[in-house]
Design a protein around this ligand. Structure first.
Ligand code: NAP
Length: 286
């Protein structure tokens, strides 16, 4: 068997075009142009690049972005105050706090300073709870992008066994919740899991979110399974042994060009959603 590639590039482009159209419509109808605030603490090269990519995509879609760079020595209190000010600023519709932040900062405290109505990166506890309970809120962007990929390639998770390898708050945990919400039977694996390959071998959908190059071996994948590689390791290497998985899976995301482009696409979609909701609430209060 040779897997079909599940690429995210075209899908992300369609999404970007849709966000651009919705931005133009919103501006014409209400005078509101969506604005994403990006907050970056320190000058980590990877984070600088990610933020620049996100701002470039915003510019392409006609979305304003306001960048707030902070020195690496910023304290938790200073970061919380900065984020709160953006939460209170009516001209900002979405807030992205680039993570990870430097180790001396309480990242959770900084995330929780984001107004849930502006949490377009889906990082607050409120957003997580809303997603887990099936309420209207913003999904964590990478899991949200993976669900769009599954839908676009006709993969219905209902009734299927899925494993999520990784349980980070921004990726693994919300991923499992979104699959559960779509009626998959979900197992989480993590660093304390015993005999992880045997679990992977039994499932129809594998999501690898580990941060270890080629961690999931092709030989452990059930023939015909759908394999989503969310990993991104130095050298453009994913968390799945790509060549091995190509021989066993029915569908497989490449790295790069699979999950990655979808993450930014969802960030932009949710920024436009936030601006639309803001404009509607302003109109309703008149
Ligand atoms: P993370 O916070 O480091 O979490 C990694 C998870 O993997 C943890 O839950 C950890 O388990 C688990 N793990 C580590 N070693 C393991 C092992 N030997 N066996 C089983 N589980 C193990 O990483 P993350 O932020 O979720 O990111 C994961 C990967 O996704 C990275 O490659 C990252 O670059 C990529 N990523 C991509 C995007 C994108 O847009 N494409 C976005 C975000 C992240 P414990 O909880 O037990 O420690």
């Amino acid at each position: 068997m040779t897997a079909q590639l599940m690429t995210g590039t075209d899908l992300a482009k369609d999404s970007l075009d849709r966000s651009a159209r919705r931005t133009r419509d919103l501006l014409r109808e209400t005078g509101v142009r969506p604005c994403l605030a990006t907050v970056l603490v320190g000058e980590d090269l990877g984070s600088v690049t990610y933020v620049a990519m996100k701002r470039n995509r915003c510019a392409t879609a006609g979305i304003d972005s306001r960048h707030v760079p902070l020195p690496v020595a910023t304290t938790t209190a200073e970061l919380v105050a900065t984020v709160r000010a953006l939460s209170d600023d009516p001209s900002v519709h979405g807030i992205l706090l680039q993570h990870p932040v430097p180790a001396h900062i309480d990242e959770r405290a900084a995330f929780e300073a984001i107004d849930p109505a502006k949490d377009v990166d889906g990082v607050t506890m409120w957003s997580f709870a809303a997603m887990a309970f099936g309420h209207l809120g913003f999904a964590s962007c990478t899991p949200g992008g993976i669900m769009r990929l599954l839908d676009a390639y006709g993969v219905d998770p209902a009734g299927r066994r899925a494993v999520v390898v990784g349980r980070s708050p921004i990726l693994g945990k919300p991923m499992g919740m979104l699959l559960l919400a779509r009626d998959a039977t979900v197992t989480y694996c993590h660093s304390k899991t015993v005999d992880l390959p045997a679990i992977v071998a039994t499932v129809d959908i594998v999501v690898a979110a580990v941060g270890r190059p080629r961690f999931i071996k092709g030989r452990d994948i059930k023939p015909g399974a759908v394999v989503i590689d969310a990993g991104y390791n130095p050298g453009n290497v994913g968390d799945v042994d790509f060549e091995g998985a190509m021989e066993r899976a029915s569908l497989l995301t490449p790295v790069p060009g699979g999950v990655g482009p979808m993450t930014i696409a969802v960030l932009l979609e949710q920024t436009v959603d936030a601006a639309v909701r803001h404009a509607a609430s302003v109109a309703a209060s008149r």
